[in-house]
Design a protein around this ligand. Structure first.
Ligand SMILES: *[C@@H]1O[C@H](CO)[C@@H](O)[C@H](O)[C@H]1NC(C)=O
Ligand SMILES: *[C@@H]1O[C@H](CO)[C@@H](O)[C@H](O)[C@H]1NC(C)=O
Ligand SMILES: *[C@@H]1O[C@H](CO)[C@@H](O)[C@H](O)[C@H]1NC(C)=O
Ligand SMILES: *[C@@H]1O[C@H](CO)[C@@H](O)[C@H](O)[C@H]1NC(C)=O
Ligand SMILES: [Zn+2]
Length: 304
């Protein structure tokens, strides 16, 4: 759930100009908030509902005062830093081979210079591992930034088109119509589906969306399913390869399907994809909490 200016640096000038034209059109015709913010806010606000006491304490400690104790309020921070921290731009997504519809860490997790590990999955491992030093006396890394990157990228990796095809830049170059607006497919999944759901079903409030998804997690989904979302094989603290593999599957089955260039997307598409988006937000929230709870429970073991 990043901005769709996403990988502008790697695009040709012509497609860059086209993208700018599209952005201007979208900007003039829709009054929505900064793009992608709703999805990140929702993922982090959902996660906060499942924080252990130890996690609440650690997060409070790491957040700057102006966050007022709310991780959700800073969940889009890495998108804002994307141009200042140029090195971070490849950490928001993963490119997979066109039409393969699968993901493989060794094959896919690298940046445009082919540096291994520089993708969303590598970043989740990186920042998870940095945060395990929270209880040590000295820290090599800025753990406030580690927390904000981890929280943000766990959200991104659950957005199906953040693990999309290489040649269309995760749907960024697929121009479609979203009701009366022009948009690109990546933006539809970053933002339009959520904004439309908010307007149509949640009183235009992301907090109401979060409450509804929270209710579904508590009551709607079966418990064993939630446990499965939380758990990682071989006691890993985080398992981003699983989240990425699910995303590219969902991208093929739901995002790319019936959304070729020029398609008019409306209720048929929206109403069938909205439950997928809500499930990915739920999974992202539950898993972010589970990762942080595992990381910070280690301190309790040491100090007890
Ligand atoms: C968490 O903190 C609350 C309030 O401080 C306390 O009542 C509760 O027992 C704690 N739970 C655990 C599992 O430590
Ligand atoms: C790991 O985190 C450090 C500190 O933010 C950063 O410099 C580095 O690029 C990160 N690497 C990956 C793969 O996330
Ligand atoms: C850690 O990063 C945050 C966000 O960039 C920054 O405000 C803070 O000053 C940094 N802390 C240290 C000790 O450098
Ligand atoms: C919907 O939002 C408006 C304005 O924020 C508020 O006054 C109203 O109480 C809300 N309605 C419901 C059902 O939550
Ligand atoms: Zn992002």
């Amino acid at each position: 759930m990043g901005k769709e200016t996403h990988r502008v640096t790697t695009m040709t000038t012509i497609s860059y100009l086209l993208l700018v034209a599209v952005l201007l059109l979208v900007d003039l015709s829709s009054p929505s908030l900064a793009w992608g913010e709703e999805g990140h806010y929702a993922t982090c606000a959902l996660a906060e509902k499942f924080f252990s006491n130890a996690t609440m304490g650690a997060v409070k400690d790491l957040l700057p005062d102006y966050a007022g104790g709310s991780l959700a309020s800073l969940c889009s921070w890495p998108d804002e830093m994307r141009f200042k921290y140029r090195w971070s731009s490849s950490l928001h997504f993963i490119d997979t081979p066109d039409f393969k519809c699968n993901y493989n860490y060794d094959r896919d997790c690298h940046d445009s210079q082919d540096v291994k590990g520089r993708c969303a999955a590598g970043a989740i491992n990186n920042y998870t591992s940095q945060l395990t030093s929270f209880f040590s006396a000295s820290q090599q890394y800025n753990l406030t930034e580690a927390l904000l990157f981890l929280a943000h990228i766990v959200g991104d990796i659950h957005q199906p088109l953040h693990v999309g095809f290489s040649s269309d830049l995760g749907g960024n170059t697929i121009k479609v119509h979203w009701y009366k607006h022009i948009a690109n497919l990546h933006h539809v999944w970053d933002s339009s589906i959520i904004v439309t759901a908010n307007e149509r079903f949640y009183n235009s409030s992301t907090n109401t969306l979060v409450e509804s998804i929270g209710q579904n997690i508590m009551q709607g989904y079966r418990n064993h399913e939630i446990d499965e979302w939380r758990s990682c094989p071989s006691d890993d603290l985080a398992c981003p390869d699983i989240y990425a593999a699910e995303s590219i599957k969902a991208a093929c089955k739901w995002a790319y399907k019936n959304a070729t260039p020029g398609t008019f997307l409306a209720d048929d598409y929206f109403l069938t994809r909205m439950p997928i988006v809500e499930m990915r937000l739920a999974q992202g929230g539950v898993r972010l909490a589970a990762i942080l709870n595992r990381i910070f429970s280690q301190g309790q073991v040491h100090t007890s």
